[in-house]
Write a protein that binds this ligand. Structure first.
Ligand code: F6R
Length: 634
């Protein structure tokens, strides 16, 4: 059945990330410029090559180019590309090297079907063999071209079926034969002005505008044209025409669509006065932290409240262990959370890389509560770790930024971060928000156990003060920029800290490596002499976290060991902290703060340092080489 618009509109904001970006358009405007604009917004998902296909005069006109969308844009004038229905793709290579031929969209051997695809077709080799026996020929090494030809094969076989049904049926039959993940947009030469889109694993959303429809891998690519969107669910196929749309399942059952209203505008996905999204997102942290906390403290101000955990206080108090799994930066947030929960709530916590946990068959104690953390909610290893824990019968909760992500949907409950879209590939505001939620979780658990009312109130007050403390650190950006300029051309850099700040040292090193391609390592400050000290030289500075506290003097001793070997030192000290004269080459001051807030406040200088070093080295900060915002392949 075809649904006419409008349908009830539900209000929420959603934002989704995945590797590779897809945009499709049908309407009255020229499709190519709108598709290129959408692709630029999706470039953070992959930027090896880009392509565009527009239907015109009974065939597809396709332009493809290795490199960024800007390279494709330069190519476009060589083509006519004047049609009003088309699609585009920005690629992060999985199958096949980075060449124009492997770029999407792909065209079937008979020119009937054009396809863009995000994901991996695992059984593409056997399908390709079969299609070769049927006379299909291939121009690329990609799994996508195989799927495109499979659709063409089924389309040819459905010759008896009329118009729209024939193509949707061909897509459905093809998807039944594929194993793996996909988000696809397909076009058929016999049905101009129509798009067929489907997903399993890879997210897709379509928007319903004034006399036009758009489809994309995430709403940032379409929100400038419409805020009324439908998030396609796994196993669904949507058929979009100029006037209406229908959704069915892979088994051809009709689906009643829910139209969501995107509540953020395109402005939140735009740079404004900033040079890069990473810079913008670092400076957005005071507001992001406020949004993460909003409405999440008890009336008496002594503990945290979480609406969506779906675990009763009674069940929580019986929990004996917690397990956290995540990848990359999110894992660093888990490690800090472990430290805080163990130190305040006295509950044993284990953390693991999601990619390791999913295969190592770890024994878990019965009353273990399992948490995953993920900004995007689409990271494949985190999703797999979560499924593995669920398979073993554990209740799994998620800390996640993207509302409606795969992880959010599959978790038994969770906490949304509410920091809005994070577009820079290097995570910054999502990280500090995860640190904040970890600190709030530690408080919640501690208040169920031994933490007193008074300590709870002081803890809450400290958390509420975090945005202002972060703002104070941000005021030092010009000073940190100068330090970055001084050390930007070092050969290596060590980040050294202890306790919770050891994990921020890991994060500092990761941030620097990914944005500036400068070799960096994070280490526990005292452990450094068991190996990494061999790296020390005049061109290998060490960033020391040396906050006020009981181990300050121990950290100063580690600094002396570095200085004795001519290693430059950048010291991050609490206000009032003093070092022996001449020990540090540069000092960054952070406000003195509660133990639960310290990791948040201490993260900011190293984010800024990485950002400014990357800028000084002329790196592509928002799109570092070889990376994508969310890693959705193993
Ligand atoms: C580094 C970074 C990555 C992500 C990791 C997990 O700056 O952003 O290390 O933290 O890929 O991503 P999510 O949190 O989306 O699961």
């Amino acid at each position: 059945m075809v649904r006419k618009l409008p349908i009830a509109i539900k209000s929420s904001w959603k934002f989704t990330y995945f590797m590779c970006g897809i945009v499709g358009y049908i309407g009255k405007q020229k499709a190519a410029p709108l598709i290129l604009e959408g692709l630029k917004r999706l470039e953070y998902r992959g930027y090896d090559s880009a392509g565009i296909a527009v239907f015109q005069d009974g065939s597809f006109d396709i332009a493809k180019k290795v490199g960024r969308v800007s390279a494709l844009e330069k190519e476009v004038p060589r083509y006519r590309l004047v049609g009003t229905c088309g699609m585009g793709h920005t690629r992060w290579a999985t199958h096949g090297s980075i060449t124009d031929a492997n770029a999407h969209p792909h065209l079937s051997y008979d020119g009937k079907v054009a396809l863009t695809h995000n994901g991996v077709i695992e059984n593409y080799a056997s399908i390709k063999k079969f299609l070769i026996t049927k006379g299909h020929t291939f121009r690329s090494e990609t799994d996508t071209e195989v799927l495109c030809n499979l659709i063409a094969y089924h389309y040819a076989k459905q010759a008896g079926l009329a118009g729209e049904n024939r193509f949707v049926t061909a897509v459905r039959k093809s998807l039944h034969h594929t194993q793996g993940t996909y988000g696809i947009v397909a076009m058929n030469v016999d049905a101009p002005g129509e798009l067929v889109t489907a997903r399993k694993g890879s997210p897709l959303v379509f928007g319903i505008g004034e006399g036009e429809s758009l489809v994309a891998s995430d709403v940032s690519a379409i929100v400038s044209r419409t805020q009324n969107v439908v998030y396609l669910k796994n196993g669904e196929i949507a058929h979009l025409t100029l006037k209406n749309f229908s959704i069915t399942t892979l088994d051809a059952d009709e689906v009643s669509p829910v139209i969501d209203r995107v509540c953020w505008s395109i402005v939140s996905a735009e740079l404004g006065a900033y040079h890069h999204f990473m810079e913008k997102e670092i400076f957005e942290q005071p507001a992001a932290l406020k949004n993460t906390m909003r409405g999440r403290f008890s009336e008496d101000g002594s503990t945290a409240l979480f609406g969506g955990l779906n675990v009763t206080a009674n069940e929580f108090s019986g929990i004996e262990r917690l397990m956290f799994c995540a990848c990359g930066t999110a894992l660093h947030a888990c490690l800090v959370t472990e430290h805080l929960i163990e130190s305040f709530a006295r509950i044993p916590v284990e953390c693991d890389y999601a990619s390791e946990f999913r295969y190592r068959n770890a024994p878990l104690a019965r009353n273990t509560l399992f948490f995953v953390m993920s900004q995007s909610g689409e990271t494949i290893d985190t999703l797999a770790a979560m499924r593995e824990a669920k398979r073993k019968g554990y209740r799994v909760l998620a800390i996640n930024n993207v509302v409606g992500s795969s992880i959010a949907r599959e978790a038994d409950g969770g906490i949304y971060q509410h920091v809005g879209p994070e577009i820079g590939v290097a995570s910054t505001k999502a990280f500090t928000s995860q640190l904040l939620l970890g600190a709030m979780l530690a408080l919640y658990l501690a208040r169920m156990r031994d933490m007193s009312f008074g300590s709870g109130v002081r803890y809450v007050e400290a958390l509420k003060g975090a945005p202002d403390l972060v703002r104070k650190v941000l005021e030092q950006a010009p000073h940190i920029k100068k330090i970055a300029q001084r050390f930007a051309h070092s050969t290596d850099m060590l980040f050294l800290g202890r306790m919770s700040l050891f994990h921020i040292a890991l994060e500092g090193a990761l941030k620097l490596k990914e944005t500036s391609y400068l070799h960096a390592e994070g280490y526990p400050a005292a452990e450094m002499k068991h190996g990494p000290i061999a790296l020390i030289s005049e061109t290998c500075p060490s960033v020391f976290f040396a906050p006020a506290g009981e181990i300050f003097n121990k950290i100063v001793s580690s600094m002396q060991e570095i200085k004795a070997r001519r290693g430059p030192i950048i010291a991050i000290l609490s206000e009032g902290g003093e070092l022996p004269p001449g020990l540090a080459d540069e000092v960054i001051i952070i406000p003195e703060c509660h133990e639960a807030v310290l990791p948040i406040v201490a993260s900011v200088p190293v984010q800024l340092l990485s950002y400014y070093i990357a800028a000084e080295r002329g790196c592509d900060i928002d799109k570092p080489r070889n990376l994508a915002k969310s890693v959705t392949v193993e």
